[in-house]
Design a binder for this molecule. Structure first.
Ligand code: F0G
Length: 495
């Protein structure tokens, strides 16, 4: 795949690559479609109307108006035949379910963890961790925050310290592991604040900077520093499957290790692993796994209080059964390569067309750099949000704003401008075909050629927390009407 300038790092050659005789450079699907869902593509006039009705917030669009839903990779990954079959043997009981035992055994096999606390999704696990370890004055160092993680920590009076390497927030880079910790900054923070730090959170891969991975070496170094200082290590493994693929293909010393071996080395370096099974495990749910009984006992009572009894934690047993199989499939290189390869293809094609994107391609999705795409839109008028609305109008494609709208205002009401303004186009795993990805590239290319038409947004309804979920905005001018007219001029009667 791709031979672009961001790839100055040597790619490992351990994973089998399927070459085309004609030399074409495209990812090949290593699965076949068994069930399909019909999609509709509404016309551009309806798309402009739909985004208006949704307050220019893609979270508020209705699915019937969406052609390619690239909002997220969460809870929308295609399940395998083995997962669906496993759902039929799920053991529905309030306590002592055999499904819970199967899931715990699978986690033991993969992570060597003896204890598992189930939770209904990733943020519920974050709530349990925060309620156990965070109080006023607590500091949680992490490579980068995630929205729900930060909300739980700050709600309880704690503070997040982001320690990602400088390269991490550079949108274009050749660094293979942009999610790595800056170890010097970590050490000096610990020196100053040791007694306020209960744990270090390691997000592998790092969602908000473009699904960027950490290296195994960096993970082990963070763990060594933490252990020397008597601090716990907590991994957010929600995006671990992509990170495993990148360790295998980008980290020279790991190219001969199996995915299982890499996973075990990671888990040996961690005290606690939590995850959203809406991503890791291709199902819906989440939980916290640990080898340590003392840590398990410290958190245990919160599960029946907030989630459900200890053997289901608010999840459907069917999903738990599917998760156990999904975790097993995550150890298969052919399975976990599919997402990153499609993302790399989309990123490469956009680069060929001059579109500014985050490089190197990461996991989760392809990320457009809104600050470079539409430099005429000031950050106070939300370029990533404007681009999300424009991409929807151009192609019925739903992305997610990951910029200033996703931040929270300062306590004094000032806008907190994000360090990056990205439009995330997520690649749910095994869901889209290559021609659908090509369509997305085509419409984005058209939009880029007409980028001077795009204007800004302003809030008309602004909730005080997590405003990106429910907030409503309107365009600062009639730019969306102009975009629709240009679309009609260029595409005629086409949808
Ligand atoms: N941690 C990370 C790294 C995540 O990406 C997410 C969710 C969570 C925790 C929370 O998990 O949704 O199961 O409660 N990310 C989704 C996304 C929402 O679209 O990126 P959850």
């Amino acid at each position: 795949m791709g031979n672009f300038s961001y790839l100055i790092f040597k790619k490992g050659d351990a994973m089998a690559e399927i070459k085309f005789y004609t030399g074409e450079n495209i990812p090949l699907e290593l699965h076949k479609v068994k069930i399909v869902q019909k999609l509709d593509l509404v016309d551009v006039e309806r798309r402009a109307e739909a985004i208006r009705e949704a307050g220019n917030n893609t979270f508020l669009l209705k699915n019937k108006d969406i052609f390619l839903d690239m909002l997220t990779d969460s809870g929308v990954n295609a399940m395998s035949d083995r997962q669906l079959a496993a759902m039929m043997i799920a053991d529905d009981s309030y306590a002592g379910s055999a499904t819970f035992t199967r899931l715990t055994d699978k986690l033991k096999e993969i992570f060597d963890t003896d204890y598992f606390l189930p939770a209904h999704q990733g943020r519920a696990a974050e709530n349990i961790l925060a309620m156990t370890y965070v109080k006023k004055g607590t500091i949680i160092p992490m490579n980068y925050h995630f929205t729900t993680t930060k909300a739980h920590i700050t709600r309880l009076g704690g503070r997040v310290e982001e320690l990602v390497i400088d390269e991490g927030v550079k949108t274009t880079s050749s660094h293979p592991f942009k999610g790595n910790f800056d170890l010097d900054r970590l050490c000096s923070l610990i020196e100053r604040e040791r007694e306020n730090i209960p744990f270090i959170r390691i997000e592998a891969g790092t969602n908000l900077i473009g699904g960027q991975p950490l290296s195994l070496e960096n993970i082990k170094e963070v763990s060594r520093i933490a252990r020397e200082n008597g601090i716990l290590t907590v991994m957010d493994a929600s995006l671990l499957q992509d990170n495993l693929y990148f360790i295998k293909t980008r980290e020279e010393s790991c190219k001969d290790k199996s995915i299982r071996e890499i996973t075990r080395e990671i888990s040996d370096a961690m005290d606690i692993i939590y995850f959203s099974a809406r991503k890791l495990g291709f199902a819906r749910g989440g939980g916290i796994a640990t080898k340590r009984k003392d840590l398990y006992l410290k958190m245990r009572e919160l599960v029946p209080m907030f989630e459900g009894f200890l053997t289901y934690g608010g999840m459907s047993v069917r999903e738990m059964e599917a998760m156990a199989v999904g975790l097993d499939e995550t150890m298969d290189e052919d399975v976990i390569s599919q997402g990153p390869l499609f993302i790399e293809y989309m990123t490469d094609e956009l680069i060929k067309n001059g579109v500014p994107v985050v490089t190197p391609p990461g996991g989760l999705g392809c990320h457009l750099n809104a600050l470079e795409f539409i430099p005429q839109v000031r950050q106070e008028e939300y370029p990533a949000g404007s681009l999300a609305a424009a991409v929807y109008i151009a192609g019925g494609i739903r992305g997610m704003e990951r910029g200033t709208i996703s931040e929270q205002r300062e306590e004094d009401g000032r806008e907190h401008l994000a360090s990056v303004e990205l439009l995330r186009l997520a690649m749910p795993r095994r869901v889209f075909t290559l021609s659908q990805v090509k369509y997305a590239v085509d419409r984005i290319k058209w939009l880029y050629d007409n980028r001077e038409l795009i204007g800004g947004l302003k809030f008309v309804e602004e909730p005080s927390t997590l405003r990106f979920f429910f907030g409503r905005l309107e365009p600062t001018s009639d730019w969306q009407d102009k975009l629709v007219r240009k679309f009609r001029k260029d595409f005629g009667d086409s949808l």
